[in-house]
Ligand binder design. Structure first.
Ligand SMILES: C[S@@+](CC[C@H](N)C(=O)[O-])C[C@H]1O[C@@H](n2cnc3c(N)ncnc32)[C@H](O)[C@@H]1O
Length: 435
C-alpha cells in the first residue's frame, strides 16, 4: 500500500478529476459508489427498519474490513447511526463497541442488536407475537387514552409549530400509551412497536426529509398523508419477516457511551481498528432532524433538552453554532479556510461551524487513537463541502488533523462523486490512518 502525506495532497482536485495524487479508486477494493450510501441498507433485513439517509451499506463495512483490517478481532464504531457497522461486525464474529450521541438512534441500534442476539427459536416466537400485535393495534388504539404528558412536552419543545394534522396527532399520542402498556407486558415486543412508530413519524407528519427536515410545500401536502395504520402495519410485517431471516450475532456488540470523545474513558486501549462515518461538514442538523423521534421517545421534553443534545454532537450544522462554540482553528489548513470563509460567507456562523467541526473532530480522533493498539487502524468515510464558493476539503483537512495527532496516513480511496446543496460536484472518500 502506498503511504501518502499531507504534502502530497491534491487540495484543488484540478481538472475536476476527483482522483488526485495518492488516491485510489473504490472499485479496486470492491466498493461500488452506492455501497457508500444507504441504498442497500434500505433493502437489507433489519437495516431497513429505520431508513437513515446518512448511513452506508453492510457491503461497505465488509469491504473496508477485508482490505484494511483483515486480521482484526475488535473494532470500534464511534458514530454508529443506524448501527450498520456493529451489526455487520457482530454477524461476522468480530467484537465491537460503539457510541452514538442521538439517543433515538442509540435505541434503534440497541433494539436491532438485542433481536439479533436471540436464537432462531426465540426470534420465531417474537415474530409470531409481532404478527399477533399487528392485528390488535387498531382496537388497542381505539381503547387507549392520549398521552397528555407527551402532549405537554410537545408544546414546551416545539411551541406553536404544527407538525401533524390533528387526527394524526391524536393517534400518535394514543400510540405512545399503547407502547407503554406493551412495554410492561412484553418488553422486547414493545421496543419493536416503538421502533416501527419512530420510523413512520416523519412520513405521517407535515415535514419532509430533503437533506434537512423542512415543511412540505402546499403541493406536497395536497397529495395527502399516507395512512398511519397502514404504515405501522407494513413496518411490523417487515419486522416479523426479517426477524426469522436475519443472520444471528456471533459476538455481542456493546454500547460504550454517548459521545465519541468519551470512548477512551469507556473502553480499553487495545482495539484493532475503527470503521466509521462521522458527520460530514455539510450543514446537516442531526438533532434538529431527529426532533420528532426524540420527542416521541421522551428524550427531549423542552427546548433546552434539544439544545443540550445539540451541544453533544460534532458541530456540523449551522444551528449547532452558538456563542459558546469553540471554533479556533486547530491546523494551518483549517485556519486558511476559516479566514477565507470569514471574508466570503453570507452568514458568520459558517466559518465558526467549520472551525468548530475540525476542533470537535480532533478531540474525537484523539480519543479514538487512545483506544487503538499500536498499528491499529482508523478507517473514516468522509465527504467535502462548498460554502459561499469556498471549497472546504474536509478529507484533506482531516488528514492534517490526523497527522498532527501522530497518525500515519495509509491510504485515501475515492468512493464516489456527490452533488453539494449548491449543485457543485464534491466527493466522498475513505481515509485510512494507522497508529
Ligand atoms: C454519518 S452518520 C453515521 C451513519 C452510520 N454509518 C450508519 O450506517 O447508519 C453520523 C452519526 O454520528 C452521530 N454523532 C454526531 N456527533 C456525535 C458524537 N460527538 N458522538 C457520537 N455520535 C455522534 C450522529 O447522530 C449520526 O447518527
Amino acid at each position: 500500500m502506498r503511504a501518502v502525506t499531507a504534502g502530497q495532497l491534491d487540495y484543488l482536485n484540478e481538472g475536476n478529476d476527483l482522483l488526485g495524487a495518492g488516491i485510489r479508486n473504490g472499485s479496486s477494493i470492491d466498493i461500488a459508489p452506492l455501497d457508500a450510501t444507504f441504498r442497500d441498507s434500505n433493502r437489507a433485513p433489519l437495516h431497513s427498519w429505520f431508513p437513515y439517509l446518512e448511513g452506508y451499506s453492510p457491503r461497505f463495512v465488509q469491504s473496508v474490513m477485508r482490505e484494511y483490517l483483515p486480521n482484526a478481532r475488535r473494532i470500534l464504531e464511534p458514530f454508529a447511526g443506524s448501527g450498520t457497522t456493529p451489526i455487520v461486525l457482530g454477524q461476522l464474529g468480530i467484537e465491537s463497541a460503539y457510541s452514538e450521541a442521538n439517543p433515538a438512534m442509540a435505541f434503534i441500534v440497541q433494539t436491532k442488536l438485542e433481536i439479533l442476539s436471540m436464537n432462531l427459536t426465540e426470534r420465531c416466537h417474537l415474530s409470531n407475537r409481532i404478527n399477533a400485535l399487528n392485528k390488535q393495534i387498531p382496537d388497542r388504539i381505539l381503547q387507549a387514552r392520549a398521552d397528555t404528558i407527551l402532549c405537554e412536552d410537545y408544546v414546551s419543545t416545539f411551541g406553536s409549530s404544527i407538525y401533524f394534522d390533528p387526527d394524526i396527532f391524536d393517534i400518535i399520542l394514543k400510540l405512545r400509551t399503547v407502547i407503554d402498556e406493551i412495554l410492561e407486558e412484553d418488553y422486547i415486543l414493545g421496543k419493536c412497536l416503538l421502533l416501527a412508530v419512530l420510523a413512520i413519524l416523519i412520513p405521517v407528519s407535515r415535514l419532509k426529509r430533503a437533506g434537512d427536515l423542512r415543511f412540505k410545500t402546499p403541493k406536497e401536502l395536497a397529495v395527502g398523508s399516507p395512512c398511519i395504520m397502514q404504515m405501522i402495519n407494513e413496518r411490523l410485517l417487515t419486522q416479523a419477516s426479517d426477524i426469522t431471516l436475519a443472520v444471528e450475532l456471533r459476538v455481542p456488540s456493546i454500547f460504550a457511551c454517548d459521545t465519541a470523545a468519551d470512548l477512551h474513558k469507556s473502553v480499553d486501549g487495545l482495539w484493532d481498528g475503527v470503521i466509521t462515518s462521522p458527520p460530514y461538514l455539510n450543514g446537516t442538523n442531526y438533532i434538529r432532524n431527529a426532533r420528532l423521534e426524540l420527542w416521541f421517545h421522551r428524550k427531549i421534553r423542552s427546548k433546552s433538552d434539544l439544545r443540550s443534545l445539540r451541544d453533544s454532537v460534532i458541530t456540523s450544522g449551522i444551528n449547532d453554532v452558538d456563542a459558546r462554540t469553540d471554533w479556533k482553528p486547530v491546523t494551518a489548513g483549517t485556519k486558511r479556510i476559516v479566514a477565507e470563509l470569514e471574508q466570503k460567507a453570507y452568514d458568520q456562523r459558517i466559518p465558526k461551524m467549520v472551525g468548530g467541526y475540525f476542533r470537535d473532530m480532533k478531540i474525537a480522533m484523539s480519543a479514538l487513537t487512545a483506544c487503538l493498539r499500536k498499528k491499529g487502524r482508523l478507517c473514516i468515510d468522509i465527504g467535502d463541502s462548498i460554502y459561499a464558493g469556498v471549497h472546504v476539503p474536509t478529507d484533506d483537512l482531516l488528514i492534517e488533523v490526523a497527522e498532527g495527532i501522530g497518525l500515519r496516513t495509509v491510504e485515501r480511496v475515492h468512493l464516489r462523486k456527490r452533488i453539494s446543496k449548491g449543485g457543485q460536484v464534491v466527493r466522498q472518500q475513505l481515509l485510512v490512518f494507522e497508529k
